[in-house]
Design a protein around this ligand. Structure first.
Ligand SMILES: [Zn+2]
Ligand SMILES: [Zn+2]
Length: 482
């Protein structure tokens, strides 16, 4: 099952023609609600979206503005009532900054009956969040980040969604570049856009710490994010909002742009869900290049992990990592490959071959800044992460580091070879600003069309998404119904 974004409201604080911006993410493990709008309108929105109170066990409150917070008092009231009536199993977890928690508790005490307030700290539980704080919910790890608002403490968050993808909610203020590490690499960006850029004099978004369709689209384009949802808008143009905003946005952004109406449901999974090393996919070689080694995205290793360069004697550990990642099938093959590529340049590897060392001191990932005949061009070579260390956020820092090494050694451009069956890695390279080489765009056209279908990545705008029968391995296709 793919995850779904259920849009409960799309308006700014003063909107009267639609509800205030809030949403639910519906997963196979349950439902996450984010903000609740400015009042009892949340009851109507949930009812119209066919979401009953017993399904809501996780609620993120981004900040304390009226149009996000006051509906939460109604959520507490309704959930407490359902609990008291025996219609609600388990707990409601509310994630917010401690000032939001204090305000909510005060408001609840002021406005709700004692038997409802009794559920606070009993089965309605607050979790206070800080910058970088992580919480497990719905079987996923959600990471919160301070959006650096100058008005009020406000949090965005990122979370994994179905199909190995990531969703990032920016809250209701424009993106702050200090949050880049959290936002970069997202497949879905949920972003405010108060009005059209063309209407900026009429609606004055900048005075209100908001941005326009143009800026939001430029942001998503610049960060190579394939799917963008815009909301928290004015409501004076609502009858034609979808059409007008989409038209303006398409001039600045060539990913998939969504300008939802209240109660729209957006499928978050993309077209297909494949594993990151999936033999059901048809195999096609892919060659990518990056025209510059400037503007390398920054990415931090998780706590306790560090980088180390090659030291004589590391060969067997390199082979071991490559085997674990299924890049190689045996030690013997590893010895051969090592001899072929590195045998004649082992003395340069202490500046070019990188490892990631885990908290136990084990080498668990590797990549090499390989030197090609053209001295300006480096190759990202033999990238691998041990199977059990995958999914821990090592890939982005590894690629960033190997590009930095290349640049520091005087390289100007980068090149690499990958394939459709490791499409998640290929998507990461696209997110790092790599694009198909001219030769590959021509020769591996079907491969790029497969990547386009799998990722919707804006860098592949020139390729028609492949149909299902092209995406799947030919030997698998035909025998099975799909
Ligand atoms: Zn707002
Ligand atoms: Zn706000």
């Amino acid at each position: 099952m793919t995850d779904r974004l259920i849009v409960l409201g799309t308006g700014n604080a003063n909107a009267t023609r639609c509800y205030n911006t809030c949403f639910a993410i519906d997963t196979e493990n349950g439902l996450l609600l984010c903000d609740a709008g400015g009042g009892s309108g949340i009851l109507r929105q949930l009812e119209d979206a066919s979401i009953t109170w017993d399904r809501i066990h996780h609620l993120i409150v981004t900040h304390a503005h009226t149009d996000h917070l006051l509906g939460v008092v109604w959520v507490i009231r309704m959930v407490a009532t359902w609990m008291n009536n025996g219609k609600y199993d388990g707990e409601l977890h509310i994630y917010c900054h401690h000032t939001v928690r204090d305000g909510l508790i005060q408001m609840a005490k002021l406005t709700l009956q004692k038997k409802m307030i009794d559920r606070l700290d009993d089965r309605i539980l607050f979790h206070t969040i800080t910058d970088g704080h992580k919480e497990q919910m719905l079987g996923r790890e959600v990471t919160f980040f301070d959006i650096r608002s100058t008005k009020m403490k406000q949090y965005g968050f990122t979370m994994p969604i179905a199909g190995g993808r990531t969703l990032c909610c920016l809250g209701d203020e424009p993106y702050n570049p200090e949050c880049r590490a959290y936002v970069e690499g997202a497949d879905w960006l949920l972003c405010e856009a108060f009005c059209l850029y063309g209407d900026r004099d009429r609606f004055k978004p900048y005075e209100k710490h908001h941005s326009t369709v143009k800026e939001a689209c430029e942001l998503a384009q610049g960060l190579h994010i394939p799917n963008l949802v815009l909301w928290h808008t004015e409501d004076k143009t609502i009858a034609r909002r979808k059409q007008l905003y989409t038209a303006e946005g398409s001039a600045y952004y060539n990913g998939r742009l969504f300008v939802p109406d209240d109660l729209d449901v957006i499928e978050l999974g993309g077209m297909l869900n494949f594993d990151n090393h999936d033999s059901r996919l048809r195999f096609v070689d892919l060659l990518l290049e990056r025209d510059t080694l400037d503007n390398i995205p920054s990415a931090q290793l998780p706590e306790g992990y560090s980088f180390a360069f090659y030291r004589p004697g590391d060969r067997d550990q390199w082979i071991d990592i490559e085997c674990s990642a299924r890049e190689l099938s045996s030690f013997e093959q590893g010895v051969k490959v090592w001899q072929e590529y590195y045998g004649s340049c082992e003395n340069a590897l202490d500046k070019r071959m990188l490892f990631i060392v885990n908290p136990k001191g084990e080498k668990v990932a590797t990549a090499t800044a390989y030197q090609l005949d053209d001295p300006d061009m480096g190759q990202v070579h033999w990238v691998a992460i041990r199977r059990e260390e995958q999914g821990k956020g090592l890939a982005r820092p590894l690629i960033a580091k190997v590009l930095e090494v290349m640049r520091d050694l005087g390289g100007k451009r980068a090149f690499l070879h990958t394939q459709t069956t490791t499409w998640v890695a290929c998507r990461l390279y696209l997110q790092f600003g790599f694009h198909p080489t001219a030769e590959s765009a021509e020769k591996h056209r079907d491969g790029w069309r497969i990547m386009r279908a799998l990722t919707d990545h804006p860098a592949l705008d020139g390729f028609e998404p492949a149909e299902m029968d092209t995406v799947l391995n030919q030997s698998d296709f035909g025998g099975k119904s799909c």
